[in-house]
Design a protein around this ligand. Structure first.
Ligand SMILES: Nc1ncnc2c1ncn2[C@@H]1O[C@H](COP(=O)(O)OP(=O)(O)OP(=O)(O)O)[C@@H](O)[C@H]1O
Length: 689
């Protein structure tokens, strides 16, 4: 432990250099990772490391309110904390649970009288903007496990303490708190703290897993490990549609999920026939292969905790949606004792063209146009926002086409790296390049011979491949790479995009001649919000998801769904309903089952820029700039509705700060947020570094 002078000098030097200091001050290597936090303390929160510090604590009444607000979290965390505490009962040791605001809400402590201190009791405020560098607060800011050894604490008052905290993520992958282990021993070694950090992390993972399994208790759960991280959890329904991914799974699979914008498990893993009947496989360990030649991953599969159709006797719902606490007075959910299988489901039906048309006049006209060119060689171009059903429409075209006995081959131009598009699409001959398969590859164009080739996300095709594709469309011949001899192909090409191809042509990003070639029959699929048959479509999608439970929508739920503007279109609708079906206890879906908010219509809010005056006052970029990106990232994966909410929140914060002349305390009070929460949001939206 350093004396006060050396403590202050070390912090100031390291924070300023963000690297070990030269000279005679002992600056351990961990100072590197702490320095960013020390710098935040000095520059961001205007703390002085030499100042006397007293930890803030909330009143008993406020602590009670916070405990009630975090009732679910405490319910799942407490048994795990007790179990670990019982196993490691040494003196000067405590395990605490901090909420996302950094307040300790429950704790088990076994203090040695020599080391006893009031500082860590429930109600104390450990958010970094309140208490400086400390394990709970810094872990919440950095969203990663953090160990803080003695003098790594910003304030000298805490330098007898060493702490290790790990973030806790909820079933929707949102940060909900931190688990902290503290040891009051000024002699503690950094290596020992690393072991303690491991304990904190596995405790947080176990609590997160229990919450995830309960939230998705009517789903099949796949648990897997990639690299050192071994707690990836995926919830799927009986149709292998992804219903939930925990934080670790999103992290591990981010690229694959974003690339393909997937909702199906089989867009992440290679399809595996052993999983054909999920309900027989509970408790199975198996190896799945990541798509596109990815690694083999060991996966353990468990069946639902509750049958999907359960009504009476089920514990009250724990919804995974943030802010959706269970209604007051409901008892806590208890995991159901015996696993049960989901009722069998009909295989997902391929939509027909009539299904796609529904009762919408524009769609009916689209279908009439398409029927006139079915099976010919005139290309069809499908335009429409993401999720409107372009892929579904393309498949329906093929199924009604005279070509339906031949293959339907789909190729997503955005999900294949540029360097592989050539070989994947046009094929290659044996030994065409290093790493090529000995027997060569036919390529998708040849695979689709006689049938339909669906080129999804055509706007993402690189210009060099556009030239080759144009040649194929004009000549009807494909020449695989290194194969010399061209091969004739007869196919109907359907291309799709949610981009503005004409604008891309004007910018030189898309070949004009290819655009005209592809635009044989142009089908503009309307956004869900513009469809006149929205209500019928909502009911049709629900009927396809409810596995024969005969679920209906309450008037309020229907009103909510009708009022939403569905920026993610039918996909978003499907996802919202799928989730509601899994969370709904009875047979009528209520508004509480629907995770969207009518007050924030995404198109309106997302389109509004940050108030120009506020942006100027703080030197902020407008919505399209870095701040907008920060919002987008913060809301990534959470869906566009939450993105809109995040936009609105950021806008409100910036405007209030501007009104309060940049005074964070005044802005926090005007926004009715704690100072710590406001700082967290300022960082999250990158309003401050
Ligand atoms: N008319 C419909 N009825 C029921 N479900 C539909 C309908 N249209 C689309 N869907 C469903 O909506 C989801 C999204 O559709 P699809 O993947 O075809 O959209 P997309 O326009 O191709 O999206 P993207 O541009 O992101 O690729 C799919 O699960 C699809 O089955």
């Amino acid at each position: 432990m350093l004396d006060l002078r050396s403590h202050v000098a070390r912090i100031v030097t390291s924070a300023n250099q963000l690297a070990p200091a030269a000279g005679d001050l002992p600056v351990p290597r961990a100072a590197d990772s702490m320095a960013a936090s020390w710098r935040r303390c000095m520059d961001g929160y205007r703390f002085d490391p030499g100042a006397k510090f007293r930890i803030e604590a909330v009143s008993d009444a406020e602590l009670k309110r916070q405990c009630e607000a975090n009732d679910e979290l405490i319910h799942y965390a407490r048994p795990e904390i007790d179990a670990l505490f019982g196993a490691v009962s040494v003196s000067g040791f405590s395990i605490s649970l901090g909420n996302v605001e950094g307040y300790i809400i429950t704790e088990r402590a076994n203090y040695h009288p020599d080391y006893y201190s009031e500082v860590e009791r429930p109600g104390t405020a450990w958010a970094e903007p309140s208490a400086g560098t400390n394990a709970i607060g810094t872990c919440l800011v950095e969203r990663r496990p953090v160990g803080v050894l003695t003098n790594d604490h910003f304030f000298y008052e805490f330098s007898a303490l060493s702490c290790a905290s790990a973030p806790l993520f909820g079933p929707d992958a949102e940060l909900i708190g931190a688990i902290n282990i503290s040891i009051r021993n000024p002699e503690l070694q950094r290596e020992t703290l690393k072991v303690v950090l491991g304990l904190s992390s596995s405790l947080a993972d176990r609590i997160g897993e229990r919450m995830f399994r309960q939230a998705f208790r009517r789903c099949f759960i796949l648990k897997f490990a990639i690299g050192a991280v071994d707690h990836g959890l995926i919830a799927v329904d009986g149709d292998f549609q992804l219903v939930g991914l925990n934080h670790a799974a999103r992290d591990m699979l981010r690229d694959r999920i974003q690339l393909a914008r997937v909702r199906s498990l089989w867009a992440v893993f290679e399809r595996d026939h052993r999983l054909a009947d999920l309900s027989r496989l509970g408790g199975t360990e198996l190896t799945l292969h990541l798509q596109k030649g990815g690694d083999a991953i060991s996966v353990s599969l468990s069946g639902p905790l509750e049958p999907a159709a359960t009504t009476a006797g089920a514990g009250p719902r724990f919804t995974a949606a943030p802010d959706a606490a269970p209604p007051a007075g409901e008892a806590r959910p208890r995991p159901a004792p015996a696993p049960a299988a989901l009722p069998p489901r009909a295989a997902p039906r391929v939509l027909t063209l009539d299904d796609c048309a529904g009762g919408d006049a524009r769609m009916a006209a689209n279908v009439r146009l398409v029927r006139r060119v079915l099976g010919g060689s005139l290309p069809i171009l499908l335009l429409g926002e993401t999720g409107v059903g372009k892929d579904a429409f393309a498949r329906a075209i093929h199924e009604e086409s005279p070509r339906r006995a031949a293959p339907f081959v789909a190729f997503n131009c955005a999900s294949v790296p540029d360097t592989l598009i050539d070989s994947e699409l046009f094929g290659y001959g044996s030994g065409a390049f290093t790493g090529a398969r000995r027997e060569g590859s036919t390529g998708r164009l040849v695979e689709a011979d006689g049938g339909t080739l669906f080129l999804d996300e055509i706007g993402d095709m690189p210009v060099s491949q556009q030239t080759r594709l144009l040649h194929v469309l004009e000549s009807g011949e494909v020449t695989p790479l290194g194969a010399g001899k061209p091969r004739r192909v007869d196919l109907q090409v359907i291309a799709a995009t949610n981009q503005n191809l004409e604008a891309q042509v004007a910018r030189g990003q898309f070949r004009q001649d290819l655009y005209y070639r592809l635009a044989g029959a142009v089908i503009d699929i309307p956004a869900l919000r513009a469809r006149t048959d929205r209500r019928a479509l909502i009911e049709q999608v629900l009927a396809g998801l409810d596995a024969g439970r005969g679920l209906t929508l309450s008037a309020e739920a229907l009103a909510l769904l009708m009022a939403h503007d569905w920026p993610g279109n039918v996909r978003e609708l499907r996802h919202a309903l799928n989730r509601a079906v899994h969370l709904c206890e009875g047979t009528v879906l209520g508004p509480q089952d629907i995770a969207i908010r009518p007050a924030f219509t995404a198109a309106g809010l997302a389109a509004r820029p940050v108030l120009p005056a506020a942006a100027a006052a703080f030197g902020l970029p407008g919505e399209a700039g870095e701040g907008g990106l920060a919002v987008a990232e913060a809301a990534a994966e959470a869906g566009s509705a939450r993105h809109a909410i995040a936009c609105a929140e950021r806008e409100a914060i910036v405007a209030t700060l501007a009104r309060c002349g940049g005074n964070v305390k005044a802005a926090a009070s005007a926004l009715q947020l704690s100072r710590a929460t406001l700082y967290r949001k300022l960082q999250r939206y990158r309003i401050i570094p």
